[in-house]
Design a protein around this ligand. Structure first.
Ligand code: AMP
Ligand code: GLY
Length: 449
């Protein structure tokens, strides 16, 4: 593949810091909506073949030094950071200290995600509706509190966990106290345990782009977080999603703006937080109205893969508006199509062998499996976004983590989008490939597991 070389004159040059399917979707958004932009993407994914997306595999999400070195050699108009690992390590303020223009929340603002307790306190302080909660350093006190509750609860550990497994949704006090014990065994008493009221309803993923003062609402989505079909199994990072959310309409969007985004922006100002970039409010539609479950300091993954491909406004122009704090003058245009994404994950290599590793997200998994059929996906019906997919020494795409790639069908209706995703993912194969076969099949509701 011939890539645009860096000496070609171009109007825009940006660096996206991420390495997930979401990062690929952000890069695709930049290049599709701005014919002039060249996107450096680090650590990125070296399997992406696009003449204006240039992977920079030397970057990492845990140490900003290689990013600074890269920028010294390759000046860009701005840097867009969409990964919580980098955000919570202060990449935004560190890069800014070296004179770079950067979009993303500072580490202090990203704490709204990286500390569940901070996120909950922020909601309560600023009138953002959320579930009742208490936090504990002492596991025994947490268990005593759980036994005193008249309602079911969710037990969370107050630290970023690798696979989205930091929350245990419980039916009974026994399950909840067992979850406290399990967290205490895994994490010791170093991190707080948050116990919150379990909400029931349909989950809704809300996204907005922030310039620090105002918020531009993006289309909504529904995430399928449970590992197994029919929403069974534990929570994981997500097995797929659909957009728009089935409950999406103008009334819902208005409620999101007034009940969630307006107090959010007031809270950001009141707490003096420096928050630019995407916010993602994990929300429950309850009988009593919208309730925020979690605040995240970046776009959802795999929701980015179903929301961003529909955006038609120039994303470079929106980012410039963010940097100049004039986002309130911008509008978002979307294609109005429905999308359905299905995550293809690295499962167990041999389910009939009791000695085989269980596969993601059940436990350890074996990567390095050759991925076939990527070229068979018909772009007229589906997009594909690469997550944990890398080239091996011979240049062959192989699996390199739990969620390997996301196949995203599109159509005039949710059903058409869903059928497109499943038809197209059938082209792809690798040893141990596992996916949920019911993404978007019916509205997901919180069911006892
Ligand atoms: P969190 O770790 O806070 O991101 O929560 C992960 C997932 O757990 C959420 O997306 C929900 O599916 C579920 N969850 C978290 N908090 C609650 C709650 N209060 N009520 C019901 N489900 C919840
Ligand atoms: N889709 C869940 C997440 O991004 O955390």
């Amino acid at each position: 593949m011939k890539r645009t070389d860096e000496h070609t004159p171009r109007h825009h040059r940006v660096l996206v810091v991420d390495g997930t399917g979401r990062g690929h979707a952000v890069c695709e958004l930049f290049t599709r909506t701005d014919p002039d932009v060249v996107v450096y993407y680090g650590p990125g994914c070296d399997v992406i073949e696009h003449d204006r997306i240039i992977p920079v595999s030397t970057l990492t999400l845990t140490n900003p030094r290689p990013t600074l070195e890269f920028l010294a050699e390759h000046p860009v108009d701005f840097v867009f950071i969409s990964n919580i690992d980098a955000l919570s390590r202060g990449y935004v303020e560190i890069l800014r200290a070296f004179g770079h223009r950067v979009i993303g929340p500072t580490a202090e603002a990203a704490e709204l995600e990286s500390s569940k307790e901070r996120g909950k306190r922020f909601c309560l302080d600023h009138g953002i509706p959320t579930a009742a909660y208490q936090s504990f350093t002492d596991p025994e006190a947490a268990k005593e509190y759980i036994r005193s509750l008249s309602y079911a609860c969710v037990v969370k550990i107050d630290v970023l966990t690798p696979d989205g497994d930091g929350a245990v949704v419980c039916d009974t006090a026994g399950e909840a106290t067992a979850a406290v014990d399990a967290f205490a065994r895994t994490y010791g008493e170093q991190f707080k345990i948050v116990v919150e009221q379990r909400l029931t309803g349909q989950e809704l993923s809300v996204f907005a782009l922030l310039d620090g003062e105002s918020a531009l609402l993006f289309p909504t989505a529904m995430d399928f977080k449970r590992t197994l079909e029919q929403d069974a199994g534990g929570n994981c990072d997500g097995m797929g999603s659909i957009a728009p959310h089935p409950a999406d309409d103008e009334a819902l969007r208005q409620e999101i703006r007034t009940v969630l985004l307006e107090p959010l922006m007031r809270g950001i100002a009141a707490d003096g937080l420096d928050f630019t970039g995407f916010v993602y409010l994990g929300t429950m539609i309850t009988d009593a109205g919208l309730r925020v479950i979690e605040i995240n300091a970046r776009f959802g993954d795999s929701e980015a893969e179903v929301v961003l491909p529909g955006v038609q406004s120039s994303f470079t122009a929106l980012c410039e508006a963010v940097l100049e704090r004039r986002l309130h003058l911008e509008e978002l245009t979307s294609d109005g199509l429905a999308r359905c994404s299905v995550a293809l994950t690295q499962g167990c290599l041999d389910p009939s062998d009791p000695q085989a590793l269980p596969g993601w997200p059940f436990g350890a998994f074996e990567t390095g499996q050759e991925v076939h059929g990527l070229a068979g996906i018909d772009p007229a019906e589906a997009d594909v976004f690469y997550a944990n997919l890398r080239r091996d020494a011979a240049g062959t795409p192989v699996t390199s983590g739990g969620r390997v790639l996301h196949v995203v069908g599109r159509g005039a209706t949710a059903d058409e989008a869903r059928r497109g995703a499943y038809r197209q993912l059938a082209h792809v194969s690798f040893r141990g490939m596992r996916y949920r076969d019911d993404i978007g099949a019916e509205p997901a509701v919180v069911v006892p597991h």
